[in-house]
Design a protein around this ligand. Structure first.
Ligand SMILES: [Zn+2]
Length: 536
């Protein structure tokens, strides 16, 4: 084998291998899409042949390609085409972005913005935006900007949109929603709560064509590799979306590694699809189920009521019996389930459904997972550890939702929201993800939240639940690979594994925790191919 030369060699770097010992190396060689060797410069240099491309890292840090363990790439792609407002926490910044978008948009066309979560006190102006703010910049386009908040989902629209949707002073509030009105005149302010959004959404929503879905995938994959993500786990995929991925993979246009967790309907209507899709870039892993609602909407199924709503403990989307049946059906097909459950009660029921399936039909290494799991009970944690149930976490929620949660569940529960330390110490494998486009897909923002637990205002929620940066890196690399049964082929920089990596502008291991959010990716590689920056 002594003549085996590398296609590509990276020298003089700080290579964070994320191997068993978390060892740091200096150089790495790549051949035919896989790592040929990792070591010190003098071990790697002999692998340089006449055709080898050599890159000098000049001391920069290299980490394994990152995994987003829970996201919605197609929805993200659509948001990115419109007006993404991730990380925007002031009305002036929002209107500045809107102005640019208006300049690039034909009059009459919709502009749809998506922010993370807004509370009056988390915005610089200490108030929510209204139609006036939008009208100053957008007079000739209908605009709709949505954000989560402790008041539910808020949608801010301009006067053009109100007119188009026929929302006037005397329009009644729809069931489950509210049109905010000025106290004196009763005029709509442009802020719509929860289902009131439908009055507007009805005018916009139309089915997406296959081409639009594919375009969204491509936009999302570009955004992911820019932040070092080389593998994503798309949860709740429908049939049209699966077909779009398949067609892109067939045409060789999918360079991101995509694993799918389709919605239940796909499992019942098209069971063959689960076994037929499996390549290095695209595979269907299991099935997503929904046990309850969401904490920001006060529909997460909780043991104790929501703050100030003594009658409200959220709700289950499925009866425990039905959930057990669905889990068992997927489990019987040798596939894992990923169960969306957010409240402590919803999680108890979900974990029990998995345990029940495993008792009826024992299977080693089944890798079922709990998605979200904000408030695990000690009972759930014990069972998760015992049965190897993974935890799919989205740490940035802590940052974006923290201030809202204090109002929704009170400080005691807000402090133990997404208790990553407790999960890890309980022996549960934690996988990092974003849930983009709910929040920004950038995994360094997720790591920042995991190591600081700081909200948008800088308040720390439950400091004892912080994790170390090493633990955070594992969540987004080797443990992310485990979620798709791929820890033997990716998730670390080791000989023989797929050559997926990211080069960073700063040292992630020594940077102060607060600065983790500023890390920038300078290069991303998937299977030995440099996918960011892209030459073509
Ligand atoms: Zn999600």
């Amino acid at each position: 084998m002594k003549n085996l030369k590398a296609d590509l060699v990276l020298l003089d770097g700080k290579i964070v291998t994320v191997d068993e010992d978390f060892s740091i190396k200096e150089a790495v060689a790549v051949r035919e899409g896989r790592f040929l060797a990792v070591g010190v410069n003098k071990e790697i240099k002999p692998l340089i042949g006449p055709k080898t491309k050599v890159l000098d890292l000049k001391g920069k840090m290299v980490i394994p390609g990152l995994t987003d363990g829970h996201c919605h790439p197609i929805s993200l792609g659509r948001v990115l085409e419109q007006l993404p407002l991730f990380g925007v926490y002031s009305i002036s910044r929002m209107t500045a972005r809107l102005r640019k978008k208006v300049e690039a948009t034909e009059p009459g066309r919709w502009i749809i913005g998506k922010a993370e979560a807004w509370e009056p006190e988390t915005l610089k102006e200490k108030r929510l935006p209204t139609k006036q703010d939008l009208d100053e910049t957008a007079l000739k386009n209908p605009v709709l900007i949505s954000a989560y908040s402790s008041l539910g989902q808020i949608s801010v629209v301009n006067s053009y949109t109100l007119k188009l949707a026929g929302i006037k002073k005397d329009t009644p509030d729809p069931n489950g929603g509210r049109i905010e009105r000025k106290t004196v005149t009763g005029e709509p302010t442009g802020v719509l709560y929860n289902t009131a959004r439908e009055l507007v959404w009805n005018k916009i929503s139309q089915p997406f064509s296959e081409e639009e879905v594919k375009a969204a995938v491509k936009r999302a994959q570009r955004a992911f590799v820019e932040v070092g993500v080389t593998s994503v786990f798309d949860a709740h995929t429908d049939l049209q979306e699966i077909k779009a991925y398949q067609s892109l993979a067939k045409r060789g246009e999918l360079y991101l590694r995509v694993s799918l967790l389709p919605e239940w309907k796909v499992f019942t209507s098209c069971p063959d699809i689960l076994t037929e899709t499996r390549s290095e870039r695209l595979k269907i892993v299991g099935i997503k189920l929904m046990a309850d609602g969401g904490v920001m909407f006060r529909t997460a199924s909780m043991h104790e009521p929501y703050l100030g709503q003594p009658e409200n403990r959220g709700r289950l989307y499925m009866e425990p019996e039905e959930l057990r049946r669905f889990v068992y059906e997927v489990h019987s097909q040798e596939k894992p389930v990923g169960i969306h459950c957010t409240g402590d009660h919803g999680q108890d029921i979900s974990v029990d459904a998995i345990v029940d399936a495993l008792k009826r039909k024992p299977r080693e290494d089944s890798r079922h997972s709990i998605i979200h799991g904000y408030f695990p009970t000690s009972n759930s944690l014990k069972k998760m550890r015992k049965h190897g149930i993974l935890y799919m976490a989205q740490p940035r929620f802590l940052h974006c939702w923290g201030e809202s949660l204090l109002k929704i569940v009170g400080p005691e529960r807000a402090n133990r929201f997404k208790p990553l330390r407790t999960y890890i110490d309980s022996g549960v494998k934690v996988v990092g993800g974003s849930d983009a486009p709910v929040v920004d897909p950038n995994p360094f923002l997720g790591m920042h939240a995991a190591v600081t637990r700081k909200t948008v205002t800088g308040r720390v929620l439950g400091p004892e639940e912080r994790v170390s940066i090493e633990e955070a890196i594992r969540m987004y690399t080797i443990d992310g690979a485990a979620a798709t049964f791929e820890e033997d082929i990716k998730g670390s920089i080791e000989k023989g594994k797929l050559a997926d990596l990211a080069v960073l502008d700063k040292d992630l291991l020594t940077i102060p925790p607060d600065k983790v959010k500023n890390i920038k990716v300078v290069m991303t590689m998937i299977g030995g191919e440099i996918v960011y920056p892209r030459s073509a």
